[in-house]
Design a protein around this ligand. Structure first.
Ligand code: ADP
Length: 248
């Protein structure tokens, strides 16, 4: 792992970030830090701005004010240290490539664009597919995989990037139980290696079990901290209003 700028500097920090789409505010004055070696869930109702937060951090959406820092630097300066797993539904899965091709795409930065993928690259990609239980599907067209299998291939692609920070948008949405287990085990393993992940998560029941920290969002940050501190009935009511039935 590259340790440049890592000592005491959070992998991700937001400084007074406000985002609007056509004058409608979506995120207001976000300030937070994601500590190294932790798994943070971004939780909040539909339309809370969870995806927008990740897209803005990655420079895909421009903030109205404020900025994000990765390891104390701008996103452009941390080439290769950050991996993004987009929402599965935002991807064109009819693109004619195999699962192995998709994972190899994660290696292009290391290989060099327009250079051939060599045997050792394919070996690393196969290892990553094995890590997520997809080694038998390497030659399959991605369009022929189930949603859960596609999500695992995406995770394998992130793994070969060998990043220190993983940003994932709803990796557990609509996946089967086995895939959910695989993804969570992989995230825990990454954390045990000192890596960091920030994950949009929709299932309130599993937040505390899967994640160390939570950022509870509904346009602004309602609460942030350990799962125990954040996942209280009061905070959830603030975030979800009357839309949530809390059974204790
Ligand atoms: P979440 O991920 O929490 O469901 P999003 O970040 O996708 O929320 O969206 C936050 C709000 O911004 C929603 O009201 C959504 O309709 C709106 N929005 C998202 N993307 C765009 C866009 N490209 N243009 C205009 N409005 C958008």
């Amino acid at each position: 792992m590259n340790s440049k700028g890592s000592i005491g500097v959070p992998p991700l920090a937001a400084f007074q970030v406000t985002v609007a789409y056509r004058n409608t505010p979506v995120l207001t004055d976000l300030n937070f830090e994601v500590p190294a070696g932790t798994l943070t869930a971004i939780v909040g109702p539909n339309g809370a701005g969870k995806s927008t937060l990740i897209k803005t951090a990655l420079g895909l959406v421009q903030p109205l004010t404020g900025h994000f820092e990765f390891f104390g630097q701008s996103f452009r300066e941390v080439d290769g240290r950050v991996s993004y797993v987009p929402q599965r539904t935002s991807v064109d899965w009819d693109f004619p490539v195999t699962a192995l091709d998709v994972v190899c795409m994660g290696l292009y930065r290391k290989i060099g664009w327009f250079r051939p993928v060599r045997a050792r690259h394919r070996k690393r990609a196969m290892e990553a597919l094995a890590e997520v239980g997809m080694q038998d599907y390497a030659k399959r067209q991605i369009s022929q995989l189930s949603g859960g299998q596609q999500q695992r291939v995406f995770l394998a692609r992130a793994l070969v990037q060998d990043a220190e920070l993983f940003l994932m948008d709803e990796p557990l949405a609509g996946v089967d139980v086995a895939t959910e287990k695989t993804i969570i085990n992989t995230l825990h393993r990454l954390r045990d290696q000192g890596r960091t992940a920030m994950v949009v998560h929709h299932d309130l029941d599993t937040v505390s079990e899967y994640f160390d920290r939570v950022l509870l969002l509904n346009q602004h940050i309602i609460a942030e901290g350990s799962s125990e501190e954040v996942m209280t009935p009061e905070h959830l009511k603030q975030a979800y209003g009357g839309k949530l039935l809390i059974l204790t």
